[in-house]
Design a protein around this ligand. Structure first.
Ligand SMILES: *Cc1c(COP(=O)(O)O)cnc(C)c1O
Length: 532
């Protein structure tokens, strides 16, 4: 009986997969198979013959991606260390030629850099000067570079203060204040938070730890759980508010839950989850609550102080136990700086690996060992350069962009804000009931903008920074024009980069995983241009 059933299942699976392959042959592997087929396909990949055909399709898709990234190859590709030395001016010339082609400072391309990128402003000059002062330095040696120790500790302290972590309450006669670490980025901050919870869970005897989040969670959380052996439970966000709420999380809490992760705000939607509600729930149930404020940075705190954003989201709430907050996003420092805060020293201690049985004693604050002081000094300089006053002014300008874009979107036929009341900070998420929003992304790409899209609900997200102060008029004009075109031609299909998301929606996860992993293989390839 069992065997017959299994056989039948395999036959059905094989038929489904063959159908997939046939359709894929005609129209590419995209857009064909519903998510629900994915488990069938995954098991079918192991069937003789079938798996090979699917692999062949994946290979074909990868060749397209490879062509896009690597083209016909690089006539100056370096496959080994050059035999001879170069003069500094030769090296600079080579780099300059490559960098000029990037044309990044036009303001049309978004690369997750939130401060002005025109390269001729005061902040940029300050950062470059400080960077060069610490170009050769190592924060692993605080006794040699005491200035770096001071900068590192002070950056963290400034953030603790910003996030209401300087509590006045006494616990066992000791002030209960939050502590933190300076990391290399939001990803490392989230990794360390998850590590702290896992270690805490292990000490309590939980051997199958799990974390609960929404599908809007940043991929860094998946990474953290992947690295540290934690099960990740992903819930759908609330359909209207796009938030993770206590009502959604409650039923999924179990004895294995070590923490809940929420966003302030989320990257795809710019929505701050119901942190107040989640904090109450987590406190009552004795589990940790991580607030991912990587994107919010100093910006969300400013909006709160200005009473534009009205909800609590940081250590003002009792149940919040860790917060990740990037310095290199909305605090405008060069890349490589983020802070992870812990509600207590005990929690932070769980992340530390103290080596006591080697030939030397060794402990470092984060996952890194040797670390350039340039990142740290430039981050400190950036915070001090702005001060509260500078950030207030900078964020007032950014919020004006946010409001302007939301108001315009409300007035453009065919477009809608994804959340009726608008998003909270950093990202304006735009959808449509009239046409495929990915087709809008395609048309915007054709006009030279790179556009963020996400699925379920399908949307285009504008993540804005200071560069948009210069180009937002043009962006809105183009948005208006594209929307008008699509209202007249609503069956227009997505293409280019935007089509990838439409395609991804239809692909089984097993295949998608393979494609994404292979993408890194392509990205890490040095391809020579064949000489004629
Ligand atoms: C950027 C971001 C991260 C990860 O930060 P990196 O600095 O890119 O490592 C995590 N969460 C959110 C919401 C983000 O926007």
């Amino acid at each position: 009986m069992g065997n017959t059933f299994r056989l039948l299942q395999h036959v059905i699976t094989a038929l489904l997969v063959l159908r997939l392959i046939n359709r894929a042959r005609r129209v590419g592997i995209v857009g064909l198979v519903k998510e629900s087929f994915s488990s069938f396909v995954a098991s079918a990949l192991t069937l003789p013959g079938v798996g090979g055909a699917v692999q062949a399709q994946i290979k074909k898709e990868m060749e397209k991606i490879e062509q896009k990234i690597l083209g016909d190859g690089d006539e100056h590709a370096l496959l080994a260390l050059p035999a001879n030395r170069s003069t500094p001016s030769q090296v600079i010339e080579t780099i300059r030629a490559l960098k000029e082609k990037e044309n990044f400072s036009s303001g049309k391309k978004w690369a997750g850099i939130y401060h002005d990128v025109t390269g001729t402003n005061e902040l940029e000059e300050l950062q470059s000067e400080v960077w060069s002062m610490y170009n050769n330095s190592n924060s692993l040696y605080p006794e040699v570079f005491p200035s770096l120790r001071k900068f590192e500790a002070e950056i963290v302290q400034m953030y603790i203060n910003l996030l209401h972590g300087d509590s006045k309450t006494l616990v066992n006669n000791v002030p209960n204040r939050a502590v933190g670490l300076l990391t290399s980025g939001g990803t490392e901050s989230i990794l360390l938070a998850v590590l702290a919870y896992r270690e805490w869970a292990t000490s309590k005897g939980i051997d199958k730890p799990s974390v609960i989040c929404s599908r809007a969670a940043h991929g860094a959380l998946d990474k953290a759980c992947h690295y540290f052996g934690v099960t990740l439970i992903k819930l759908e966000v609330d359909r209207t508010s796009l938030q993770l709420t206590p009502a959604l999380v409650g039923p999924h809490l179990s004895d294995n839950t070590i923490a809940v992760y929420c966003s302030a705000p989320s990257f795809p939607h710019g929505v701050v989850d119901d942190v107040e509600g989640l904090a109450r729930l987590c406190k009552a149930r004795g589990v940790g609550l991580h607030v991912d404020n990587c994107l919010g940075g100093v910006y969300l705190s400013f909006l709160k102080q200005a009473n534009i954003f009205k909800r609590k989201f940081d250590f003002e709430l009792d149940g919040v136990t860790t917060i990740s907050i990037d310095v290199h996003k909305y605090a405008f420092s060069p890349k490589g700086a983020s802070v992870v805060c812990f509600a207590s020293t005990e929690l932070r201690k769980r992340t530390l690996c103290a080596v006591t049985d080697g030939l030397t004693l060794y402990v470092t604050p984060t996952m890194q060992g040797s670390r350039s002081g340039a990142v740290i000094a430039a981050a400190w300089a950036t915070l001090v350069y702005h001060g509260q006053q500078g950030y207030r002014e900078a964020f007032a300008q950014l919020w004006a962009i946010h409001e302007r874009v939301q108001n315009e979107v409300r007035s453009i036929e065919g477009l809608k804000l994804l959340t009726p009341t608008g998003s909270d900070a950093a990202v304006v998420a735009i959808g449509s009931d009239r046409f495929d929003i990915f087709a809008l992304a395609t048309r915007m790409e054709e006009k030279g903008w790179n556009v963020f899209t996400s699925m379920d609900p399908d949307c285009v997200g504008l993540c804005y920074g200071q560069q948009h102060l210069l180009v937002i008029d043009q962006w809105l004009a183009d948005l208006r024009e594209c929307a008008a075109y699509l209202c007249l031609h609503p069956s227009t299909k997505a293409g280019g980069d935007a089509a990838v998301y439409g395609a991804a929606k239809a692909l089984p996860r097993a295949i998608l995983t393979d494609v994404l992993r292979s993408y890194i293989d392509v990205k890490m390839t040095v391809k020579e241009k064949p000489k004629h």
